[in-house]
Design a protein around this ligand. Structure first.
Ligand code: ARG
Ligand code: ZN
Ligand code: CA
Length: 313
């Protein structure tokens, strides 16, 4: 925002100066040297049309906004990420390096370029990814006296001591705070109120460096929560042998924890091999390393032209 105001101000200054000097500059330059006359013509038009400078300055503001928004660049959807860090202790006020390490994990996991992908994974052939790039856009920090924030969205409201989201229809807001109650993080599904849109994740489970705590030290909590933010359900369908609305994921009895034994099967219909290495299960970070291609399609649909997150395009 500061940048925006600054550039509008700079432009206004620029135009008011060149208006005064345009006549003499044009006279001096006429025929004297070869080159492009665009700038001289612009100066003439600026002095002839008192409203032109204002229209141009307004467009510069629009251009700056456009550049800062989520957008498709060479076919890759860029998602700006705004971190809202709420800290009581200095340990909770995690570094930019730790936040950037989380961005790096999201970029690998969502494009299926994570190095820990297990090539002997029986679900190799249904692995999927998106053409997406997460970019660290801004970091807002605020000190607090709260020891934990719970799951009532208080961290998203300045009236409750939190931080309001920044441009939630074009940027992914990520609150870093201690949630408490054994909760690593939570997300809002597409379609909810924009004032509370985004993900909230504990500082100890954000990124791969600094204050991260094993076994949730590989940034997979955010991969899981951003999966929800892109409309993915838990792989077990939040019910015994439930439905996650994705056809290429098998039915699971329930959530898996820790790192399940290789070959673990469900007792659901057909006793399929469970996809316990999926990000939408509850296993430890080192045990999860894939989205299925059906999940990837479901996530991409959210950003379709009529999808609930079309404003990020
Ligand atoms: N919402 C889940 C929880 O709080 C996140 C689980 C993430 N799993 C992980 N391995 N990081 O338990
Ligand atoms: Zn979840
Ligand atoms: Ca399924």
């Amino acid at each position: 925002m500061k940048k925006l105001i600054l550039s509008a101000f700079t432009l206004a200054m620029l135009f008011s100066c060149s208006n005064d000097e345009s006549t003499s500059a044009a006279t001096q330059n006429s025929g004297a040297h070869r080159g492009c006359a665009s700038h001289e013509v612009l100066e003439r038009q600026l002095s002839d049309d008192p409203k032109l400078a204002e229209r141009m300055a307004n467009f510069e503001i629009e251009a700056e906004k456009f550049i800062q928004q989520g957008r498709i660049v060479n076919g890759v959807l860029e998602i700006p990420v705004v971190f809202n860090v709420l800290y009581r202790t200095s340990a909770e006020n995690i570094t930019q390096a730790q936040l950037q390490s989380q961005i790096d994990v999201l970029n690998k996991d969502f494009t299926a370029t994570n190095s820990d992908y297990n090539s002997s994974n029986p679900y190799n052939s249904v692995r999927g990814g998106l053409n997406i790039r997460f970019v660290l856009d801004a970091i807002y920090r605020k000190s607090t006296t709260k020891t934990s924030w719970g799951t009532t969205d208080a961290m998203k409201k300045s009236t409750q001591g939190g931080i309001n989201p920044t441009s939630p229809t074009t940027k992914l807001n990520y609150w870093v705070c201690t949630i408490g109650g054994g909760i690593l993080g939570y997300a809002q599904f597409p379609g909810g109120a924009s004032a509370t849109d985004g993900v909230a994740i504990d500082s100890k489970y954000t990124g791969t460096t600094g204050t991260v705590v094993y076994p949730f030290n590989l940034g997979r909590t955010a991969t899981h929560e951003v999966g929800h933010w892109m409309n993915l359900r838990h792989i077990w369908g939040d019910a015994t042998c439930g439905n996650d609305l994705v056809t290429d994921t098998p039915s699971h009895n329930a959530a898996n924890y820790g790192v399940p034994a290789v070959g673990h099967r469900s007792t659901c219909s057909g006793t399929p091999l469970e996809m316990y290495m999926n990000y939408m299960d509850y296993t430890d970070d080192r045990g999860m390393y894939m989205f299925s291609s059906g999940q990837a399609s479901r996530m991409a649909a959210v950003f379709g032209s009529t999808g609930p997150r079309a404003s990020f395009r």
